[in-house]
Design a protein around this ligand. Structure first.
Ligand code: HEM
Length: 201
């Protein structure tokens, strides 16, 4: 279970650094220091001349692998719902498009439209990875869900580790008066409380 959380979080950290570096490459006018693709002229090992571009590409490859691994973990995890599968799949599509676009940016000598699209897709990719990470950290392992008495019912909260009432994705009660924690057999009582509170509201 932990795998999906840490895969998603690592994707986000590597991706953020990659985008930061991309901004630096662009602003410093280093975009064409390494004029070939996928490798720089001196092959796999980095040389000082191409170091920044080399790191950008290595980070892009690492991000690609992490994003795909997160998606696979999302499909393998029994408790994962449609949301996490959709966001991680979209992230995979965007990362593939983005890496292909990176090659085109070099090939077409930093064509302005392509560089702008490269930035735009990077932002969409970040949004999907961020959502996947948020969803992954709200997932509860099936074993814990059973231990907490949430083996199916409970206000439609699905697989997210929230209380049995109110907003299923945030754990905040619908009337906005604070969080409800689910503890063992108290779940049914909390649902009753929530229903009473909603009627009163
Ligand atoms: C997940 C993959 C990637 C992400 C998220 C990413 C992200 C970015 C970002 C945010 C920028 C700054 C754009 C700007 O400030 O306008 C950038 C610049 C750049 N990226 Fe990427 N990139 C990725 C992959 C690649 C790949 C695989 C290549 C090439 C092999 C590449 C080549 C470049 C180049 C040359 C620039 C500088 C453009 C310029 O000089 O204006 N990128 N990247």
């Amino acid at each position: 279970m932990a795998a999906i959380k840490y895969l998603a979080l690592s994707s986000m950290i590597v991706l953020y650094s990659l985008m930061f570096l991309g901004g630096y490459i662009s602003a410093a006018g280093l975009g064409l220091t390494c004029p070939e693709w996928p490798l720089c002229p001196d092959g796999i090992m980095p040389s000082e001349e191409y170091l920044i571009e080399w790191i950008h590409r290595l980070a892009a490859a690492t991000t690609g692998a992490l994003v795909v691994a997160t998606m696979i973990a999302g499909f393998l995890h029994k408790g994962a719902d449609a949301k996490i599968r959709v966001t991680s799949s979209l992230a995979t599509v965007f990362v593939i498009v983005q890496i292909t676009l990176g090659a085109l940016v070099i090939d077409l000598k930093l064509h302005a439209v392509l560089v702008a699209i490269h930035l735009g897709i990077g932002i969409l990719l970040f949004a999907m990875v961020l959502l996947t990470t948020l969803f992954a950290f709200r997932l509860q392992s099936p074993a814990k869900a059973v231990a907490h008495g949430r083996s199916g019912g409970g206000g439609g909260g699905g697989d997210y580790g929230t209380g049995g009432s109110g907003d299923s994705s945030s754990g905040v009660s619908r009337n906005g008066r604070g969080r409800r924690r689910n503890s063992g057999s108290g779940g049914a009582k909390m649902m009753q409380d929530a229903a009473t509170a909603d009627v009163a509201h």
